[in-house]
Unconditional design. Structure first.
Length: 235
């Protein structure tokens, strides 16, 4: 096994196309799953293949970072259900849409990642009115094109999801507690509610990528909390 070294401030991003996973992906990797993972997989009425594929993906990718065999990795959960590696300074976070599984890996930092397909059929503006910050709702309402509204909604949604995953608390934190703006140069800025009680708001960094290779466009957002300069690398 070739070990992967990771410096603080360096974030590695990995992705797996769930529509076209590698040939024999499950046949060669199913034995890597734990007993609990195998038992959980059997409970899925739909989405079992995606669950199995993403668990294999996580184990294979994280293995060389901690120099352990994929089947020997042990995962724990924080009080809000966010998984982490036991006895390791390597942090990770996973997200998946219908097409993509995306994994962020870092060291001694807080990480969140979210990927979403833009193919939703529901009214994104109605959802935004229930969950988003008033300024974000105003941004969406000023847009005249349905396509523009839908695209911007998913940009905001992925930023919010990745942030609350980075916090480790999930969407119960309240998606209106943060206000994101993306300017014409694609620069991302954020204002936070005092309710979040962030000690050093300037340590939160946000990145966003468009994933084209699947059947529909997907947005992927990454959140990192670190006092270091951040360097993201797609692997």
């Amino acid at each position: 096994m070739i070990q992967i070294d990771l410096n603080e401030g360096e974030i590695h991003l990995w992705r797996l196309n769930l529509e076209t996973p590698p040939v024999d992906w499950q046949i060669s990797g199913l034995h890597l799953l734990s007993k609990d993972e195998n038992e959980r997989a059997q409970k899925f009425k739909r989405g079992m293949d995606d669950y199995i594929n993403t668990r294999i993906f996580i184990r294979k990718i994280l293995s060389p970072y901690i120099n352990k065999s994929p089947e020997d990795l042990i995962f724990d959960l924080n009080p809000y259900g966010k998984p982490f590696l036991r006895h390791s300074d390597i942090q990770f976070n996973l997200s998946h849409s219908k097409q993509w599984a995306a994994l962020a890996v870092g060291k001694n930092c807080e990480l969140g990642i979210d990927v979403e397909s833009t193919s939703a059929r529901h009214s994104t503006l109605d959802i935004a009115k229930h969950y988003f910050h008033p300024d974000e709702i105003s941004q969406l309402e000023r847009m005249t094109s349905h396509e523009e509204k839908q695209d911007y909604f998913f940009r905001l949604w992925t930023l919010k999801e990745s942030f609350v995953k980075g916090l480790g608390t999930g969407i119960s934190t309240g998606l209106d507690k943060m206000n994101f703006t993306i300017d014409h140069k694609q620069a991302i800025s954020a204002d936070f509610s005092p309710d979040l009680q962030l000690k050093n708001p300037q340590d939160w960094h946000f990145f966003q990528y468009e994933l084209h290779e699947a059947s529909v466009k997907n947005w992927c957002a990454v959140t990192v909390r670190s006092s270091n300069n951040i360097n993201l690398v797609w692997m």
